[in-house]
Design a protein around this ligand. Structure first.
Ligand code: GLY
Length: 582
């Protein structure tokens, strides 16, 4: 099976995430690494509680809920709805995600799976053209790409089961309604994201009238973005709960929009959407416990798998950012992504060998294949044309409250602004999450990831994800809450934040800001952010790594417990992020 996947991938790899599509002021001088200032950065400190999100307004809303006696879950619900308004490219009600909740009093961590689901009409070959080839237009740009959204159901379940009980849903959605109704002033971050998604927003009049000007140009910094329909939808959810979204006029309009765009979703698909509470995956790394998201995310399994391999190396002696450390990290990433392509999928449909993948013995065997001297080629890969998709479309936030409860939440529309389609009259941007299925065995998805039968589309199935909300425990207490956007790069981003802290003793802001690498087996290239020394890069190249300097990215809003209280790190790779507490 694996060799068949490799052969197919080699024939058909055409990466569609554009690393070049970054705003001009972030343009990368041709192949020039520069040394960044990550090692002198300080986190935000607060005595009691902390919120770290990708948007300052959402962070402040979360902190306000905490100050008023809400717990981490209450704050997470308020933040989740706020981001749907203030960070429309990734925050959402029309997408889905994963939430880890740690309840201190019960010493328990729950994984809430509110991933989008394929409608009952889905078939294995739904994304193929007449010749039987994968058709990215179907899986990325049409109504067929839309999964039944899970966010409203997920946030509602979290609040009902794990909220403090002090806040009603309506109180927590209130700030988001006000922001949508009154409008927000477009800041640099939002202004930068719109031109990259302009064509896909312009394709739908219902979206263009919200995010573009009458002449078709995107809103710019200083403009006011009013989302009146979204305010009405949020008010309906506030009044009626999940029924306000999954039944009635909002559901009807979503179904009409999806089917009008070539999809095949029914009202029953929406009315029967289910949130799953799952057992998190767990591993250990140098005495710390790693608690993360199980399938249908691949994230938790592969973070633990890679850490298991790395445990056999003295990374602290090899040194942070050294060629040796980066080399073994890269070599450990490759088998994890190879396993991902073969074994991972929706556990409701396929048997994922979780235990084996997480076992230290298996990691030992994979580690034995690693040479310190030479990079192992995955195989020759034909470089493809880069398509215009922006890379940071998911968003993650972390929260720790004054009682030591924690939330790590990652949710998404898949691409930036999802399908780009707002369901007329609802203000709800719809996801294109079903592109995370393997449209055809061995054909890469929008993140260059390949897969096989385990992740083939199917009715009621959830596409494999890389989203990795993660909590690290030390002596039974929450130590670190982290996660990131970045598609396939989420796993390696979270991995490096954890290793930077545990192996190299960085403070949480340094750990988040330090330049990152990424290797996903195929394509066979080692992506490095700017910030590594040219000498390090040359050593890696001499060992056979094909180094590509590019924005590896991610936006890992992270919180670490310290003796002085929670320390928060906003990832400065994105503008507008904020870690703040009280
Ligand atoms: N859509 C990206 C992911 O779920 O991994």
């Amino acid at each position: 099976m694996r060799s068949a996947l490799l052969a197919l991938a080699a024939l058909s790899f055409t990466p569609s995430i554009s690393m070049a599509q970054v705003p001009a002021h972030q343009a990368i001088p041709a192949n020039q690494p520069i040394i960044s200032d990550w090692a002198r950065q300080q986190p935000a400190l607060a005595p009691h509680a902390m919120v770290a999100t990708q948007d300052a307004t959402a962070t402040r809303i979360g902190v306000d809920i905490l100050k008023r006696g809400g717990n981490a879950v209450d704050a997470a619900v308020a933040v989740g709805y706020a981001l749907a308004v203030t960070l429309p490219r990734a925050g959402n009600v029309g997408g889905g995600g994963f939430m880890l909740v740690h309840l201190k009093s019960q010493n328990k961590t729950i994984a809430i799976d509110y991933r989008e689901t394929a409608p009952a009409s889905a078939t294995k070959d739904m994304f193929l053209d007449a010749k039987g080839d994968a058709d990215p237009k179907k899986s990325r740009d049409s109504g067929l790409a839309v999964g039944v959204p899970g966010t409203v159901a997920g946030l509602t379940l979290a609040l009902e089961k794990y909220g403090s009980g002090k806040f009603k849903l309506a109180e927590l959605i209130g700030p988001a309604i006000a922001l949508a109704e009154n409008g927000i002033i477009v800041d640099e971050d939002l202004a930068d994201s719109l031109p990259l998604a302009r064509n896909r927003l312009a394709a739908w009049p219902s979206s263009a009238k919200i995010f573009l000007k009458p002449d078709g140009a995107p809103l710019v910094r200083g403009d006011r973005l009013v989302q009146a329909d979204l305010a009405r939808t949020l008010s309906t959810i506030a009044a009626k709960g999940v029924k306000g979204f999954y039944e009635g006029p909002v559901a009807e309009k979503i179904v009409a929009a999806v089917n009008g765009a070539g999809g095949n979703m029914s009202l029953t698909d929406l009315a029967t959407y289910k949130v799953f509470e799952r057992e998190p995956v767990r591993g250990t790394y140098r005495g710390f416990e790693i608690v993360s998201m199980p399938p249908p995310s691949s994230g938790g399994i592969h973070i633990i798998q890679i850490l298991n391999m790395l445990e056999g190396y003295k990374l602290s002696e090899m040194g942070a950012q050294s060629a040796d450390t980066l080399h073994v990290m890269t070599e450990a990433m490759k088998p994890a992504y190879a396993d991902r392509s073969e074994y991972l999928g929706d556990p409701g449909f396929v048997q994922v060998p979780v235990k084996q993948l997480l076992s230290k013995k298996y990691a030992e065997a994979r580690r034995a294949e690693i040479s310190m001297e030479k990079a192992r080629p995955a195989r020759d890969v034909k470089p493809g044309n880069l398509a215009p998709y922006e890379s940071d479309q998911t968003t993650h936030y972390s929260i720790i409250d004054a009682d030591g409860n924690a939330v790590a939440n990652t949710y998404t529309l898949n691409f930036s602004y999802g399908l780009g389609l707002v369901a007329e009259g609802t203000g709800v941007l719809l996801n294109n999450e079903l592109d995370d299925f393997a449209a055809k065995a061995g054909v890469p998805n929008g993140f260059g990831l390949i897969g096989g039968d385990a992740n083939a589309p199917g009715p009621g199935k959830r596409p494999l994800s890389s989203m990795s909300p993660t909590i690290v425990m030390k002596d039974g207490q929450v130590y670190l809450v982290t996660g990131s956007p970045g598609g396939s790069r989420i796993i390696t981003t979270v991995l490096q934040v954890i290793s930077n802290i545990i192996d190299h003793g960085m403070n949480v802001q340094e750990a988040v800001s330090a330049p990152r690498i990424h290797h996903q087996w195929l394509p066979d290239e080692l992506r490095t952010e700017r910030g590594f020394s040219i000498d390090t890069i040359r050593i890696l190249e001499s060992r056979g790594h094909k180094v590509v300097i590019a924005p590896v990215s991610g936006s890992a809003q992270t919180i670490m417990m310290t003796p002085r209280g929670p320390a928060g790190a906003a990832d400065t790779r994105q503008r507008g992020t904020l870690a703040s507490g009280y």
